[in-house]
Design a binder for this molecule. Sequence first.
Ligand code: ADP
Ligand code: MG
Length: 566
Amino acid sequence: MQIKIRQLPPNIIAKIAAGEVIERPAYAVKELIENSIDAQATRIVIHLEEAGLKKITVTDNGIGMSLKDLMESFKLHTTSKLTTIDDLNHIASLGFRGEALASIAAISNLYIQSRIKKSVGGSFVDISEGKIVDSGSIGMPQGTTVIVSHLFYTVPARKKFLKSQQTEFRHILGILSHSVLSHPEISFVLTHNKKTIFDLPQTTNFRERLAILFGEKIITNLLPVFYQDTLITISGFIGTPQASTIGTKKQFLFVNRRSITDKLFSSVIKDSYETLLMKKTQPVFFLSLSLPFEQVDVNVHPRKEHVRFVDSTTISMVLHKAIAQTLAENNVTFYDETSFGISLGDREITQSYTGRVLKEQTIPWDIRVRDANVTGKEIVQMHNTYLMTQSRFGMLLVDQHAAHERILYEQFLEAFKQKKKNQPQFQLPKPLLIDLSFSDGQLMLEHLPLFADLGFTIEQFKDNTFLVQAIPMLFQDRNIAELVSEMLADLFEERNLKDIDVLSQKLIAYLACRAAVKAGESLTKKQAKDLIEKLEMTNNNATCPHGRPTKMIIDINQLHRMFRRK
Ligand code: ADP
Ligand code: MG
């Protein structure tokens, strides 16, 4: 068969290209906000209907456009922000590709009205599928209003891939939080389906915005960062180790006030904490880097989420220094008051929940009894990390953390499975109010039924404040606010977690890890003995839930051979 290559008609090309920039409503909102910021607005009002799918309205008080500019603005590759190729070397504006309005116009009904300062009135254009259907003059204050209706109606294929309205709205909140944080001097108003979500006054205080977005509590766990040399200024906040979470939701990096993600810098920041962070947790940071515009290439990603640096090695070094210094100056050490941790006056005994359980022998779950292979009476703890004893087959070495993790995991899982249908609940003596960030609040609303299935009794108290009345019995000793926020972090990552079994398994593995004795904790003889006995009675006991070995046996025959007895 003969293959025919044809050039696609322009309107199809436009729609395909639009999909790359505007993948979901949140990206349309982002582009519109960035245009308003570039237009020097000091107030931006955003109204959404049905998570932006029905309608997005953005009004700003920026410099506006003349009728002539208005007629150009929505065409492909039209921009006021770039004239020569050289300009690409030092871009100070958020936009420059001249793609956003054209992309939005290709896949929606776009209406723009705008008025520049010196003009008497404003003008408007009404665009459908990229073509002007109406235009004229209109009375309005200085600034611009853009209305996007029926986004994606020309590309039904894209629409199919969108998630629920709540999910799309959450994405919008996520994206907005970046603009809101990087531009505290701009007042932002957001409404969704006529309900006011936030109304943020202008402020010079970044901290204030953080408190509004993430709840007051976050502030107590933040350390201010300030570093300056001839090339670069770093300012903002980093979280104490205790504030760290499993997701990257509370990591914000702004470069010349553009929000970016950068793997290298994220890992530099994380490494600067050295051993202060627990494995798999992520530090919290809100950092703003300013450096000369020509040091940054912003033209590497269609949505401008990544940038390239002329000298990323120097920046990494400086970043590391700024964080290491901040941590040192603040005398930060790891102490997790919520779970284990050895109290100073009492070094012998672990103060952890697990330590207590081991000590008091009150593990409330049944364990399947299986033949233990341990024959040694004495157990030696080495380097506060490994346990050594005699087994029927030779010398047994156990990694105390990995072993304990597996024991707890199996116990938790078993208890959970048995009682899945009817999780026994622990009624809190006093209901607990937890303050969530805007996006976590949305996520919580969306997943309340899932939490209920898992055995939590949680209801919305007001806006992003939730009331916890009961939790699954299994988690009764955990820090609830922390537990909930970890669960939300997981849900946010959207890894197949709508499945309650997957979620509970993840949660349980996490709990087991947090509850298990750590390497470096000294155990009493009895605790060591209990640990090894329980490990022997546990399913899948050769590895921890993450796959690391829990135990090794040095075969007695091999020992004999080593000493030339055999
Ligand atoms: P870019 O932002 O990359 O230049 P856009 O397609 O987003 O491209 O916008 C095209 C042009 O329309 C901008 O360069 C700007 O001149 C104008 N424009 C868009 N939105 C606004 C606004 N809110 N206020 C003033 N001018 C605007
Ligand atoms: Mg733009």
